[in-house]
Design a protein around this ligand. Sequence first.
Ligand SMILES: Cc1cc2nc3c(=O)[nH]c(=O)nc-3n(C[C@H](O)[C@H](O)[C@H](O)COP(=O)(O)O)c2cc1C
Length: 193
Amino acid sequence: MSAADPIAQVVAWLDHARAHEPEDAEAMSVATVDADGRPSLRMVLLRGIDDRGFVFYTNLTSRKARDIAVNAEVALCFHWKSTARQVRIDGTAEAVSAAEADAYFASRPRESRIGAWASKQSAPLEGRFKLEQRVARYTAAFAIGPVPRPEFWSGYRVVPRRIEFWEKRPFRLHERTLYERDAAGWTTARLYP
Ligand SMILES: Cc1cc2nc3c(=O)[nH]c(=O)nc-3n(C[C@H](O)[C@H](O)[C@H](O)COP(=O)(O)O)c2cc1C
């Protein structure tokens, strides 16, 4: 059965979650797989959504970025406790353009931009003081003028192949709707709960 646009449905569920979720309705988990096939999972914030896919930003030396460099297949999961809904997405991560990353980076508070320079995300940190020293160093380095986007900081767009919507129903008879994309577009199917 062909289907309406599941990305539009994610947008609608996200808007609904924003009205009910006390904090970070945009939070989603991102699963990656390393070169040895071992999965890992962490939360990030969704910072862009359109017909092309789902965008998040991160440090390109982080564990997730190293995983994506060897295997661009990723999975995302939103769970909104306040609305009792889940969205699962499987897809391929692509680098966003430099212009897109620059525009998002420029929209962040100055302190966050300096923090991006200071953090060697996912590398061992000998102590909090070391991080504060690095923040002070970059605050001084960028004392006047703009804080440019570091080369090691950018975003990924997850181009979805499969999107599943889950909605709580009484007695665990939940609603599950799966959308899968092929050359002709999206098809949809119901799944047992
Ligand atoms: C609610 C929440 C939102 C987060 N958002 C981001 C984000 O947008 N980008 C990011 O790099 N890390 C974000 N983090 C931190 C990541 O979960 C993770 O600690 C970090 O990216 C390092 O992950 P890695 O070592 O697997 O690369 C967030 C954490 C939480 C709890």
